[in-house]
Design a protein around this ligand. Structure first.
Ligand code: ADP
Ligand code: MG
Length: 378
């Protein structure tokens, strides 16, 4: 039998999705096959402190995620990542872990500082293989404006949108501001969706129906980000998602649908008013629609140069002409066995533990591929 792989599962992190990450990591750690893997959990607290396996184990075993202590740990428990120099391997100072003993990192961290390329950059600097998208694809996937611009360029349908910086917004006043609002209205019309560019969980998003609401929506989004996207809104669109898995030859799942009772899939509906919410997998669509969505999901994955996994979300104009638009990509979607990503694969014949095996292999494959690159001009 081949040697067991040492898999470091990193979870928690400095985002609003900290608790979701703990739940995802619990599932990953529980389902990784111990015949194949040694699992080394590492926990990043909500205030950004890296903690060793003993503390991580406690978070994984510790009951209700909402009741966990997530910040303010002892400073002397901190881990520091020290990159290798020459033939001396790097290490995690504070935990006695040499980086050359880690075969791969499985980052189960959602949102900012997890899914946005920053954590990926750290893993690249330390030259450790990892699961999921690289630096650029993660960062692009996180930035709703740039993601759309790149995909639009590749011919993927997206809704028209206006990007505004907070600095620009705050610098305009009087008639200048009215002109700016007119310009935004020309692109986005009403209803429009105002979103912070780099966030998730519907935080800071509002649906606006007139200039007054637009103003308020921009002020609200500007609390969360320095870049704001104002996008043409659809009335009660169908929300269809697909799971993609792979590197250069990605595969796509059957589509799933989120059916919610709210005006839109806002923070409240996502996490609290879950009563009227349902998922339908596979989504009720014509064969033609399914095929088109699958093609677009793969095209999005390749266009953004994604790796490993991604959930690609679309809006279908159900009240209009049934047009399909790419809404967003999630490069580290919620990842418990009952999350959409896993459920769509399950319905497509890929059970959760198999997904974990494949993701690890894909991460290793990507690292091998990158280390093939020559780094000197000779
Ligand atoms: N252009 C739009 N038209 C209609 N509904 C939208 C539009 N953009 C977003 N929404 C609604 O808002 C929700 C959250 O927007 P989304 O861009 O997915 O942000 P997040 O990254 O926070 O999930 C979507 O699931 C959908 O219900
Ligand atoms: Mg979304």
């Amino acid at each position: 039998m081949s040697k067991k792989l040492n898999v470091a599962v990193v979870f928690g992190g400095r985002s609003g999705e900290h608790e979701v990450s703990v739940m995802s990591a619990r599932s990953v750690v529980e389902n990784l096959d111990r015949e194949k893997y040694n699992v080394i959990p590492l926990y990043v607290s909500r205030d950004g402190q890296w903690l060793p396996p003993a503390q991580a184990e406690a978070q994984l075993g510790g009951g209700d995620v909402k009741a966990l202590k997530t910040a303010g740990f002892d400073a002397d428990q901190s881990l520091a990542l020290v990159p290798g120099v020459g033939s001396t391997p790097g290490r995690w100072q504070g935990a006695n872990i040499q980086l050359d003993q880690i075969d791969i990192i499985f980052p189960v961290v959602h949102g900012t500082y997890g899914e946005d390329g920053t954590l990926q950059g750290m893993m690249e600097m330390a030259d450790i293989p990892y699961v999921g998208a690289g630096v650029l694809a993660s960062a692009l996937g996180m930035d709703k404006a740039l993601m759309k611009a790149v995909c639009e360029q590749a011919g993927i349908p997206v809704l028209p949108a206006f990007t505004l910086t907070r600095a620009h917004w705050e610098a305009t006043q009087g008639s200048g501001r009215e002109e700016l609002l007119e310009q935004i209205e020309k692109t986005a019309s009403y209803p429009a969706f105002v979103k912070p560019c780099n966030l998730g969980s519907s935080v800071g998003i509002s649906k606006v129906r007139n200039r007054e609401e637009l103003r308020k929506g921009i002020d609200e989004a500007a609390r969360f980000d320095r870049k704001i996207l104002i996008e043409k809104g659809l009335e009660s669109p169908r929300e269809i998602e697909l799971s993609v898995l792979g590197n250069d030859h990605p595969e796509v799942s059957l589509p799933g649908e989120i059916i919610h009772g709210g005006d839109f899939y806002d923070y409240q509906t996502k996490y609290f008013e879950t009563q009227g919410q349902q998922t339908q997998i596979p989504a009720h669509l014509t064969e033609e629609q399914t095929q088109k969505l699958q093609e677009l999901a793969i095209k999005t994955f390749l266009t953004l140069d994604l790796n490993g996994l991604s959930r690609v979300d679309f809006l279908l104009d159900a009240k209009g002409d049934e047009s399909i638009y790419l809404n967003e990509v999630n490069t580290m979607p919620g990842f418990t066995p009952i999350s959409m990503y896993s459920m769509m694969w399950k319905a497509s014949g890929r059970p959760y533990h198999q997904l974990l095996d494949e993701l690890i292999q894909l991460g290793l494959e990507r690292h091998r591929d990158r280390t093939r690159n020559q780094t000197t001009p000779v």
